[in-house]
Design a protein around this ligand. Sequence first.
Ligand SMILES: Cc1cc2nc3c(=O)[nH]c(=O)nc-3n(C[C@H](O)[C@H](O)[C@H](O)COP(=O)(O)O)c2cc1C
Length: 184
Amino acid sequence: MTTNRTLVIVAHPNLAESRANANRLAEIKDLDNVTVHDLYETYPDSNIDVAREHQLLREHDIIVLQFPVYWYNVTSMMKAWFDAVLVHGFAFTFDGSASELSGKKTWLAVTVGSTPETYAADGLARRPLDDYLAPVTQTLEFCQLDYQGFHAIYGMIFETSDETLALDAKEYRRLLANSETPVG
Ligand SMILES: Cc1cc2nc3c(=O)[nH]c(=O)nc-3n(C[C@H](O)[C@H](O)[C@H](O)COP(=O)(O)O)c2cc1C
C-alpha cells in the first residue's frame, strides 16, 4: 500500500453546528498523511490567497473536497475557491497541454440532507446525486485531475443516529489513512 499526501479542503460555513462534517473532521484529525484545510476558517473575509492555495495543491498527491450539499450544489466558498484558484496557466490551458494538477487523484466527501430515495428518478430531486455533482467533476477533470468518485452520507435532515455518523466517519478515516478512494 502506498501512502500519499492528501489535502482535504473543507468548505462548511458553520462547523460549530455541523454534525456530519464536524464528525468526519474529528475522526481524521490525527492522520499524519492528511492536511485539513478549512476554507471558511482560513478566509473569514472570503479573500482567498491564490498563491498559498497553489502551493498547497502542489505539495499534495490526492485532493479531497469536503462539503455539505447546499441547493444541489457546492457551498459558496467552495465555488469561490474554484473561481479564484483554478486559473489558466496553473490549472489548465485552452489547448489542454498543461496543468500543474495533472495526474493528481481527486474525490469528493459530501454530506446530503435528503435520502437516497429522494435522488431516484421518481423522487423529489428526480436525478441522481452524480448529476448534481457533474459541474464539479467536469471542472476537476477539465483541470486534468483524476476524478475517483464520492463518499456520501445521506438523510442528514432526518434524525441520523450517532452510530450511523460514526460508521460514516470511520469509513472516511479508513479511506484517507490508506490513500484509498471511494468505490463507485
Ligand atoms: C442552505 C442549505 C441548503 C441545502 N440544500 C440541500 C439540497 O439541495 N439537497 C439536500 O439533500 N440537502 C440540502 N441541505 C441539507 C444539508 O446538505 C445537510 O444539512 C448537511 O449536509 C448536513 O451536514 P452537517 O451536519 O455537517 O451540517 C441544505 C442545507 C442548507 C442549510
